[in-house]
Design a protein around this ligand. Structure first.
Ligand code: NAD
Length: 368
């Protein structure tokens, strides 16, 4: 019998040289995976785990502390968007007072971000239990905000050691946050497909991640408590987050960082508005990536940018920067900032092209 390796390459696409570094994260996935919290914390050697959460998720954190029993030390419930330095310092004091030996982060990117900031100083192991789709749990990227500036970096110490994905914990995630954080996740996968340091393994994960996330979100838009759709979306979140952890990002993330950091636009919603336009800008320079995105969205005949725009519309996501707090008078400055420092992108960054992109995104026009 002759076996042929199944490859995912597009017709005529050559195999590229690549470097692949696998990330060492233990992933426990499934409905009720959460019931393994105590055992998983034990595998990390936890004896005094500090549970982190936002004020809104305090009840869930209390359930975690109860489940941790003698391994739990206490709860810090002031995790906040963009990881303010004052919060990191305050949580650090709590961790030291409790002589914490493990951080259990339950929540979205904000809570996991606080865990990372603590681990950066203390090298404490993180056990993450994500309850949104943002994917921060699969990366060694951290960020802390001081005086309105978010400083980001990469450090292996902040990569969670164990991640428990339990779709049941996402059943009550409001549809708006589900869609916004899901499209945010898809943006990581989309840019991973044309990353300069991408590789075939991440490409497989990226395409499958987009497929799972889009499929899950389409079903959730019809019925938010569809348990199977929640599983599909969370599986997509894991894949998309892994791509973000393994490959560098480009124009799309630079634009979102600019709009969030300098104009205070909401993180996930900004991603969902900008993504189709960033893909349109890069379309001609990253054709195989675009074909994969269209294929993953089940719209193989449509340009990826338009397929993403249609998906956002179908899911009721915001389509225009003007609807999420951007002022038209700030577009010139945004274009200046986004094109000022050079960074890699499949299509070279030109200021006029970026300004035109921002205008279309501002108006919510179909990407061109
Ligand atoms: P979030 O963590 O800010 O959570 C948004 C709100 O949803 C919070 O009030 C939270 O309490 C609530 N919430 C979370 N899960 C819930 C649930 N299951 N049910 C009900 N409410 C729930 O949102 P996010 O989109 O997950 O994270 C955004 C942040 O993550 C941004 O600051 C972004 O920069 C960061 N991020 C970092 C990385 C990274 O690799 N470092 C990757 C992606 C995002």
């Amino acid at each position: 019998m002759c076996l042929r390796a199944r490859t995912d390459r597009l017709e005529g696409e050559a195999m590229q040289e690549f470097v692949y570094t696998a990330q060492s994260v233990r992933v426990v996935f499934g409905v009720d995976a959460w019931s393994r919290l105590n055992a998983e914390a034990g595998l990390l050697g936890a004896g005094k785990a500090l549970v982190l959460c936002t004020p809104r998720q305090r009840a869930l954190a209390q359930r975690a502390l109860d489940a941790l029993a003698q391994r739990g030390a206490g709860i810090y419930d002031k995790a906040a968007m963009h990881v303010p330095l004052a919060t990191v310092q305050d949580a650090g004091i709590a961790a030291r007072q409790m002589e914490t030996d493990c951080i259990v982060a339950i929540g979205g990117g904000s809570t996991i971000g606080l865990a990372k900031a603590l681990a950066l100083e203390s090298a404490l192991p993180i056990l993450a239990v994500p309850t949104t789709y943002s994917g921060s749990e699969m990366t060694s990227i951290y960020g802390v905000t001081e005086d309105g500036q978010k400083k980001t970096g990469k450090d292996d110490r902040v990569l969670p050691r164990t991640v428990i994905y339990d779709p049941a914990l996402t059943l009550k995630l409001p549809l708006g946050i589900s869609v916004a954080s899901g499209l945010n996740a898809m943006a990581h996968a989309a840019e991973g497909l044309y990353a300069r340091d991408g590789n075939p393994v991440l490409a497989l994960m990226a395409e499958e991640g987009i497929r799972a996330m889009a499929g899950g979100l389409r079903r959730l838009a019809r019925r938010g408590d569809d348990a199977d759709a929640r599983s599909e979306s969370l599986y997509g979140a894991w894949l998309c987050g892994t791509v973000l952890g393994g490959a560098g990002m480009a124009l799309h993330h630079k634009l979102c960082h600019t709009l969030g950091g300098s104009f205070d636009l909401p993180h996930a919603q900004t991603h969902s508005v900008v993504l189709p336009h960033a893909m349109a800008y890069n379309a001609a320079a990253a054709s195989p990536a675009m074909q994969r995105i269209s294929r993953a969205l089940d719209r193989p005949g449509l340009p990826a940018a338009e397929a993403l725009h249609d998906l956002a519309q179908e899911l009721g996501a915001p389509l225009a920067l003007r609807d999420i707090g951007m002022r038209e008078t700030d577009l010139d400055r945004a274009a200046d900032i986004a094109s000022s420092k050079p960074y890699w992108n499949p299509r070279p960054i030109d200021r006029d092209g970026i300004r035109a992109l921002l205008q279309r995104a501002f108006e919510g026009a179909r990407p061109a």
